[in-house]
Design a protein. Sequence first.
Length: 314
Amino acid sequence: MEATLAQVAATAMVNLSFAWTIGVLACRLWLIGQTAAWQQAVVRRLAPAMLAGLACCAAAIFLSLWTEAAIMGDVAWPDAWPVCVQMMATTHYGHAGVTAMALLVVAMAAHPLLSRCSADMRHVAGMGGLLMLVAAARVTTGHAYEHGPLSVAAAAQWVHLLCMALWAGIVFVAGWLVLPWVRLLESAPTAERAAYLGAMSKWATAALAGVLATGAYNACRVLGSPADLVAAAYGQVLLAKLLLVLMAIALGGYNRFLGLPAALAAHDVPAAQRGLGVVITVLRIESILLLLAVAAAAVLVNNPPPALHAYPGS
């Protein structure tokens, strides 16, 4: 059965909010021991940004469950609550969704408690562990889980989900939250700017390597043959996602080898500020491409691939 727009939208919202939350957590790690004015300004905004991401992700999972219940019960969307309750209580898909929501609620409750000592490792470790469990719960509703909970396919999908969320989250948070404050509050390149940009680049590169490795494995697993990339609707969406990812990689490469060095040119402060502006612009364009890639991924997880008879939804 083809996925509906509501299913795709709900899944995309889950993935986007999860990526945002992972990106905020990574930024929080990099800003441990902050001293610069822009770092303190960013840290003050990370707490509400984290809560917003967690709440949005929990709401999106609930929306996904409700939509799935309406489709499975063949009832109008506003009338799906009884079916949704039954699905959450009696099906594997419902159990996985409830587990993910419960973990997110625990994270929302733990977040202010762990934040009392500002950006420390206890917060990062605690929230990171909960988010990895959320990712594991999400994997159990996808195509890879049909191979078994301890299978290579399930592990690869878990790593792929985390790496994609990390890469996209880094880009989202850096381009829309962090670097605008750097540009506003820092008149010249500093060691703090260099440390943040260096961590951003290294982590994004590592996450990208994980995305490419696990993505290649997943593609080989779910496609019956290379011809399915153009012959099957699933393969066409996968190909579109790949093209979006490649364009995002090109922009990331520009920033890594040209944009970041320009933004750190201590010998020419005006040029460094202009370079930082270019980095922000490139990151925002990259974030749009990654948003579209996440939307394509939502289409994929809600449709059975050519080589599998998949459980509906993810």
